[in-house]
Design a protein around this ligand. Sequence first.
Ligand code: ADP
Length: 302
Amino acid sequence: MARDEHGTAELVRSGQGQDCENERNGRQAGGMRIMLVVKIGGSEGIEHELIADDLAELVRKGERLIVVHGGSALTNRVAEQLGHPPEFVTSVSGFSSRRTDRRTLEIFEMVYCGQVNKGLVERLQRRGVNAIGLAGLDGRIWQGPRKDAIKIVRNGRRMVLRDDYTGKVEKVNASLLVSLLDAGYLPVLTPPAISYEGEASNVDGDRAAAATAVALGAEALVILSNVPGLLERFPDESSLIRNIPSGRIEKFLEVAADRMKKKVMGAQEALAQGVGRVVFADGRVERPIRRALEGEGTVIGG
Ligand code: ADP
C-alpha cells in the first residue's frame, strides 16, 4: 500500500497539537503520543465490554487510538435469519472469503455498520469516550480497487465471479482520521471500503487495520480475536507462539490456516511499512489491549 505522505505529515504536526491539548486538559503531556490501532475481531466469544473498559482507560491516559472492528459471526447469523445464508468462496490462491453479492453487501452493512459499530460506540460513550463510528466508505477513509472478477475454485472447477463486491484498501484518508483525533474523537472504523468507482466493497478487516496503522505511522497494531494468538498447533492454546522476529514471518505463514493467514499477511504488510510491532492477542480477557502491549499473545516485530 502506498503510504499517504500528506496524511503522515499532517499526523506529525497535529501530534504536537495533541500534546498541547493534553497539557491544557491537565493530563500527562510528556513525550510523543503513541499511536495505536486496535482491531477487534468479529468471531464468537470476543468480549466487547472488557475491550471497551480497556479502551476507555487508555483514552483517559491520553493514548491516541483508532479502533477497527469486524462482525463476521453475527453477519452469518443474521444472513441465515434473513434467508440469504452466507457463502464462502475459495480463491485460486487458496484463500477463503465471503461471497459478497449485492444482497450480502446490504446485510453486511446492516450488521457491521449498524449493530456492531453502534454497539461499540454506545459502550464507549457510556464510559465517557467520545467515539465516532464510521465505515471505510465514509469520507473515503479506505479506498481501493474493487475486484471486478474473482477467480475461484468450486467443486474442483475454476470459475470467475463478476457480481462480487469485494476489494482491497490501497489508500487511507489519514488526514480525516487525524482531524478527528485532534478534535478529541475516537474513530471506530468498519468495512466496507469504497472503490475508485464509488462502490461499497467488502475488504478484509485485518488488512484494512494494517493499512490504517501504516498510514498513521502507528507504533503498534493490536489484533484481538477469540484465540490467545497464533497457535503452533491450532486449536491447542498451550502451543502459543510468543514471538516472531520481523524477518521470520514468512515461515509462520504456513502455521496459520485460512483466516489466520490473512492476519499474518496484514502483520507482514504493516511491519514492512514502518509499524513498530503487531500483537495478536486474546479479546476474551480483562485488560486485553494493555496485556497485549505488555507482551501477552504473539508479538511480531518490535
Ligand atoms: P476475527 O473475526 O476475530 O478476526 P477470524 O475468524 O478471522 O477472527 O480468525 C481467527 C480464527 O483463526 C481463530 O478463531 C481460529 O479458528 C483460526 N485459526 C486458524 N489457524 C490458527 C492458528 N494457527 N492459530 C490461531 N488461530 C487460528
